[in-house]
Design a protein around this ligand. Structure first.
Ligand code: UDX
Length: 455
C-alpha cells in the first residue's frame, strides 16, 4: 500500500475501555497499511502514549468528568454530557491539526469517530473533513436498533414484562428480553438514542464494523438495506488483523502473574471469568458466582475489577479462607491480559458478560462461553452465542450457584460441552479464514483503504 504513505487519518475514540480497544486496533491496522495516524483523546480516561503505538501522534483535549459523573449508571445521560463537553475542545484541536504547519505532516484524509459521538458531524462538516464512523458493537445490535420503529409498530416496544420470553418473529431467535436497553434510562429516551445511532451513518462517508460476513451476514444485509447509500466495511476481527504491533490500550494495569498460574494448569481445564470494564454486580451475585465456581471443582481464573461489586472495594466480603480452601484451584486478579489469557492452552471456557470485544476475542481463540449478559446489547450477543452460533450456554435465569455449577459441568465435562467446543473451533477457523487473502474482511480492508484514499 505504498501509495497511501503520507495520508493522515484522525481518530477519535469514545473514552471507554471497550471502545478505545476497538478504535486503537483499527488504527494499528490502518497504520500497517501506510496511513499516518493522529489520535485525539479526552483527559477523562486519558490514553498513555508510552504504552501505545509510538508511530502515532496523540493529542489530549481538556474534557473531564467528576467522579460522580463518571460513576453514572445511565449511559444515555453520560453520552449526552460527553457530546456537549467535547464540542469546543475538539473543534480547537482540529483547528490546530488542520492548520498549514501541521498540513506539512501530510494532508488529512478523514476523521474516524465512534457512532456515539454524534457531535463530531457538524464540526467535521464545518471543516469539510470527511467523517467515517466506527460502531464498536456487533452488526446484530446495529440492525436491531435500525428495526426499532418496526418493533414499536408491531407492539414489541416499549418492552412489556408479560412478553419477555416471546421470540420476535421478525428477528428470530431474538426474544423480547434480549432487546437492547439501559438501566435507569427512560424507554422513550432509549428509543430516541437508537434512532439517532442507527441513522447517524446516513450523514457519513462510511460505517466500519468489527465483525465478518460469515459471522453476521444476515445482520449486515439488514444494515445495507437500512443504509443503501453508505459504504459498509465489516473488517473484523480487528485484533487479529495486525500481528506486528505490540501495544496495550488497557486503562488498568494487566496482572501478568495469572499467566504463570495458567502455566501450571492442565490443558483446557480452566474457566476464565471476567465481566468487562463497566458492568457492576450486587453483593449477593458476587457470592453466588464465588460459590458456584468453588463448587464446580474446575480451576478458575477470576477477574474481580475494583468497583465490580457495588459497595465493595475488592474481595473483602469473601469468607476468610475461601481461596486457601480451594488449594490453588483458583486465581483472582484485578485485571488480566485478556487476549493472552484466552489464547492460553489451559483455558477451556470463558464466563463472560458478552461485551462485543470479549465475545470476539473468545471466538477468535475457539473458547466456548458461558453467558451472563448485563445490559445494552449484551443480551443480543449472548443470544447469538447460545442460539445462533451455538458456541456457548446462557445462564438464562440470573446467577444462582447451583445453576452456575451445573452450567460449568455441562460445558467442561459433558458430551454437550464436547459439541460446543467443536463448533467453537469451527467458528475460530472461519474468523481466521476471513482475514486471509480472498477472505471477506481482507477484501473489505482493501476497499476501505481505497475508499479513504478517494475522499
Ligand atoms: C462495553 C460493552 O459490553 C460492549 O459490548 C460495548 O460495545 C462497549 O462497552 P466492556 O464492558 O468494556 O464494553 O466489554 P468488552 O467490549 O468486552 O471490552 C472489554 C475489553 O477489556 C476487552 O478488549 C478485553 O480484552 C479487555 N479486558 C477485559 C482486559 O484487558 N482485561 C480484563 O481483565 C478484562
Amino acid at each position: 500500500m505504498e501509495q497511501s504513505k503520507g495520508r493522515r487519518v484522525i481518530i477519535f475514540p469514545l473514552p471507554f475501555q471497550g471502545h478505545i480497544n476497538s478504535m486503537l486496533e483499527l488504527a494499528n491496522v490502518l497504520h500497517s497499511r501506510g496511513f499516518s495516524i493522529t489520535i485525539i483523546h479526552t483527559r477523562f480516561n486519558s490514553l498513555n502514549p508510552s504504552t501505545l503505538n509510538p508511530h502515532f501522534t496523540y493529542h489530549s483535549i481538556p474534557v473531564d468528568f467528576s467522579e460522580t459523573e463518571a460513576a453514572s449508571r445511565d449511559p444515555k445521560g453520560f453520552l449526552y454530557l460527553l457530546n456537549v463537553r467535547c464540542v469546543e475542545p475538539f473543534r480547537e484541536c482540529l483547528v490546530g491539526l488542520l492548520s498549514d504547519d501541521v498540513k506539512l505532516e501530510g494532508p488529512v484524509a478523514c476523521l474516524i469517530s465512534d457512532t456515539l459521538l454524534h457531535f463530531t458531524r457538524p464540526i467535521a462538516e464545518s471543516f469539510k473533513l470527511p467523517r467515517i464512523l466506527l460502531d464498536v458493537s456487533c452488526a446484530t445490535n446495529f440492525a436491531v436498533l435500525a428495526a426499532f420503529p418496526l418493533l414499536k409498530e408491531k407492539g414489541y416496544l416499549p418492552i412489556q414484562d408479560s412478553r419477555l420470553e416471546e421470540v420476535i418473529t421478525e428477528l428470530s431467535p431474538i426474544k423480547v428480553k434480549d432487546l437492547p436497553k439501559a438501566p435507569g434510562s427512560d424507554p422513550e429516551n432509549y428509543y430516541q438514542l437508537a434512532i439517532q445511532v442507527s441513522n447517524e451513518p446516513k450523514s457519513s462517508y462510511g460505517l466500519i464494523l468489527n465483525t465478518f460476513e460469515d459471522l453476521e451476514g444476515h445482520a449486515l444485509a439488514r444494515i445495507r438495506r437500512h443504509l443503501p447509500n453508505v459504504p459498509i466495511f465489516p473488517i473484523g476481527p480487528f485484533h487479529k488483523c495486525c500481528r506486528t504491533i505490540s501495544s496495550s490500550s488497557s486503562l488498568l494495569a494487566q496482572d501478568q502473574s495469572c499467566i504463570s498460574w495458567l502455566n501450571t494448569q492442565a490443558p483446557k481445564s480452566v474457566v476464565y471469568v471476567s465481566f468487562g470494564s463497566i458492568i457492576q454486580i450486587e453483593k449477593d451475585q458476587f457470592f453466588e458466582i464465588a460459590w458456584g465456581l468453588a463448587n464446580s471443582n474446575q480451576p478458575f481464573l477470576w477477574v474481580v475489577r475494583p468497583g465490580l461489586v457495588n459497595g465493595l472495594d475488592w474481595l473483602e466480603a469473601l469468607p476468610n479462607g475461601f481461596l486457601e480452601a480451594l488449594n490453588g484451584r483458583a486465581y483472582i486478579v484485578k485485571w488480566a491480559p485478556q487476549k493472552e489469557v484466552l489464547a492460553h492452552l489451559a483455558v477451556g471456557a470463558f464466563w463472560t458478560h458478552n461485551g462485543w470485544n470479549s465475545t470476539m476475542e473468545s471466538i477468535c481463540e475457539g473458547v466456548p462461553m458461558i453467558c451472563t449478559p448485563g445490559y445494552i446489547e449484551q443480551m443480543l450477543i449472548a443470544r447469538n452465542v447460545s442460539d445462533v452460533w451455538k458456541v456457548g450456554l446462557q445462564l438464562e435465569h440470573g446467577i444462582e450457584r447451583g445453576e452456575v455449577e451445573r452450567t460449568i459441568r455441562r460445558l467442561m465435562v459433558e458430551k454437550e460441552g464436547e459439541e460446543i467446543k467443536e463448533r467453537s473451533l469451527k467458528l475460530m477457523e472461519k474468523a481466521n479464514r476471513c482475514l486471509k487473502e480472498g477472505g471477506s474482511s481482507y477484501q473489505y480492508w482493501d476497499g476501505l483503504a481505497k475508499h479513504i484514499l478517494s475522499l
